[in-house]
Design a protein around this ligand. Sequence first.
Ligand code: DGJ
Length: 590
Amino acid sequence: MYNFKLKTDKTSNNDIMKNILNIFRISLASFSMLMLFSCSQPKENISAKETQTNPAKIPHLEKQGTATRLIVEGKPFLLISGELHNSTCGGFEYLRPVWKQMATKNLNSVIATVSWELVEPEKGKFDFDLVDSIIAGARKEDLKLVLIWFASWKNAGSIYIPSWVKRDYKKYPRAKDEHGKSLEILSTFGNSSCESDAEAFAALMKHIKEIDSARQTVVMIQVENEMGLLDNTGKTPGNARRDFSDQANTDYNSLVPEELMNYLVLHKDDLFPELYKVWKTNGFKTKGSWEEIFGISEFKPDRKEWQFYSYYTEELFMAWNYARYAGKIAATGKKEYPLPMYVNAWLKQASTAWPGRYPSGGPLPQVLDIWRAAAPSIDFISPDIYIDEFTWACKEFTRSGNPLFIPETRGGAVGAARALYVFGEFNAGCFAPFGIDNEGFRANDPLDDTYALLQNMSSVILKNQGKGTMRGILVDTVSRSMELELGEYQIRAELAGERNLGIAGGLIIQAGSQEYIVAGKGLDVFFMPKDTSMRVAIDAVDEGIFKKGEWIPERRLNGDETHASTWDGTGLRLSDKKPSIQKISLYNYK
Ligand code: DGJ
């Protein structure tokens, strides 16, 4: 703070004048930059404020069997989606043409970003013009939106916080590594940081409610992005396994919060195996410090052992603190407008194998129990899957009923195959390749056809979610075939041999006791009766589409376009040219 007390000597008076002038200059400069940013750019007209009519109709999550479905305007909705690049929503002119491009990609929704620095450039002064522009643009193309709140953390770093937060590092303290070095990461122990973030987020949610609760363009919110403590440039292994600021050290050596202990006791038999293991090894204590309850962590730096849980106690501790912080933000926002809210994670992987090299405390399966205990306002955790161990990641993230929602992943041919697989196999609620507005995804993107097919059959997929009547297929040049069971038949899917696809995906729905709907591309799909005393053959195969959920056959397939039983088995050929939907009726005989 400047001290404006008048002094009598001349030099001091000059200093005071200089200070006043400087303050004036800085304020003028920031004000003009802000004005330049918002006034120089033509804004979108969003419809006049709409008041929300029926709270029951707000987008929300609902269970059907084992699946969790997003309900929008009273109907289940599958997010066939893509995430925009980080800065696409950074300016009106840049963003405007993107919506037309999105409309060509057969998406029904887009994941777009809202950043704290642009929403609240000055403390307490909000600017939602860009948010309005995002919503107006999506509406024009009939797309739903998931909005990401880029605020305290993005890929661990605090790079989207407003300048007034960045510069006031005393009020908004940074996390520290084990050598006492400050990181460019807000500490979860900064109460003012959490409060300010929550206030801004609440203002955003209030605004969205005002302009959108009647139209429901915005259907879900991602709170922060890939949070956790990280220091990829740190020289000492594990230097950022946890926050080492004074408050963090005190808390780490204090009792594990009672709230968490109560949760663990209550859910003891359903805990993540590693959590159960370390708690058990340390005697299932219910009172003690983090290391007394969960033990002193081990560390294995060898890449080959990347799946080992190094520095696990530190990771649990950070998870509790990140989840408390993000949970408060989500809860504050939900008080204004309770849309479903999730958090996403940078995955543990061979190249970033231990906490601190991937964001420590981020919402990963091994700390899901901690997130659930600390942040009930967060509806689920989500993986950003760029690694090759795609299926492993899906399985990990669907443990103990966590719904699969993939907000970031690879697109192109790989993405197209995986999209079919996850909707079929995991009751996924969302699939979204990252950088969907990328140049590379403009022409001949294999995802486009697959997305058209998924949209065509989304009501059928939704109807079968969580009922055990649907499975996914994923084969590639490493695992060329897979087997699965569905109804009365054992089913084998193979990467169509003589063709060039390196990966193929599909989904199978059981439509009757001897009837299946199969969607996909580049696949051979064979049916074998579980009752081996019977033989099986094709009654009929049709290629077709769905209209309003009804199957419309378009072409009878037979001969070379099927696998005919006396020739090469019983089943379907799905072309590698274009994804298709086929319905097969089988019969058994002796
Ligand atoms: C993961 C992040 O969550 C995204 O925002 C983006 O930075 C991608 N990585 C880039 O690959």
